[in-house]
Design a protein around this ligand. Structure first.
Ligand SMILES: Nc1ncnc2c1ncn2[C@@H]1O[C@H](COP(=O)(O)OP(=O)(O)OP(=O)(O)O)[C@@H](O)[C@H]1O
Ligand SMILES: [Mg+2]
Length: 269
């Protein structure tokens, strides 16, 4: 399968002094689910900002379907529109994404910006509201929604643009078990419908669900390992080193002992 996103030796520091990413390389194939995992602050969100062309690397190169994504290439209006329509980015924090007065307004904003007619924008919004069970929220102001509801609307506002690639930053953050299951199922469905999914997480449970290829980022903001889910999840030393699992103290009456989290042993078929 052809590469759709290529990341080659990129480094990025905020205000030229806070290193967020160091010499990162990987490629994502068309139609795959690719997970980027790592502990807090290792650079996951920064990496998605770079792939989506919201930030640009200090060095190295990012390409989309072979075209370099740079400040210069995105100055070309036609290329900019093509790229922005092709890659949809669901932010870690929905509050940074939602700005329209109502849910419906949020859902039609993207397609209208892309030059679609209001009939098409409405058609897409209706389909997405049905898919995400948010029809009842259509006239609600987004700032009055719960975190889980905002997450659905944020995802919906990207889906109405029908991008080829979805970047989803921490899809499970703040969701209850029912909403987590719903979202996992939705990501599977979108992938089966042909979408390439790049997601970040520090929840190993999600890596187990998707059984995707995984890039593990270290606390030094580097790629520690790239591998398939099964081999990454089986490597306890790697997961401890990258702070993705930790021993914790456990108390039984007067006796306490340390062990790894009970959900660490993932199921095998
Ligand atoms: N606006 C900013 N200015 C300066 N440093 C920043 C900024 N945003 C992030 N950083 C730093 O860049 C590094 C990577 O941050 P990033 O948000 O990409 O991490 P993350 O892996 O997404 O973390 P989390 O799991 O907490 O979401 C961190 O050390 C962070 O302190
Ligand atoms: Mg983050």
């Amino acid at each position: 399968m052809e590469d759709i996103v290529q990341v080659e030796n990129i480094s990025y520091s905020y205000v030229q002094k806070h290193c967020a990413l160091s010499d990162i390389s990987f490629s994502v194939k068309k139609g795959e689910i690719f997970s980027i995992i790592g502990s807090n602050g290792c650079g996951k969100s920064t990496l998605l900002h770079l792939i989506s062309g919201l930030l640009f690397p200090d060095s190295g190169k990012i390409s989309f379907k072979g075209d370099a994504i740079t400040e210069d290439s995105l100055k070309d209006q036609a290329f900019n529109s093509y790229f922005r329509e092709s890659i949809g980015y669901v932010f870690q924090n929905s509050d940074n994404q939602l700005f329209c007065p109502t849910v419906l307004g949020e859902l039609i904003f993207g397609p209208l910006q892309m030059g679609k007619t209001s009939d098409i924008a409405m058609e897409r919004a209706e389909a997405v509201m049905k898919m995400l069970n948010i029809d009842c929220l259509r006239d609600r102001p987004t700032y009055m929604l719960s975190g889980g509801e905002k997450k659905r609307v944020a995802i919906g506002s990207i889906l109405t643009m029908n991008p080829d690639v979805l970047l989803i930053d921490e899809p499970m953050s703040g969701l209850d078990p029912k909403n987590r299951s719903f979202l996992i199922e939705l990501i599977f469905q979108l992938n089966e419908a042909g979408k390439t999914i790049i997601l970040t997480t520090h929840h190993l449970e999600l890596v187990d669900h998707f059984q995707s290829r995984v890039a593990v980022l270290s606390e030094q903001h580097r790629i520690e390992r790239i591998g398939n889910a099964e081999e990454i999840l089986a490597d306890t030393d790697l997961l401890i080193k990258t702070n993705l699992i930790q021993e914790h103290l456990h108390r039984h009456g007067n006796i306490s002992h340390k062990h790894l989290p009970s959900n660490f042993l993932f199921h095998r078929h």
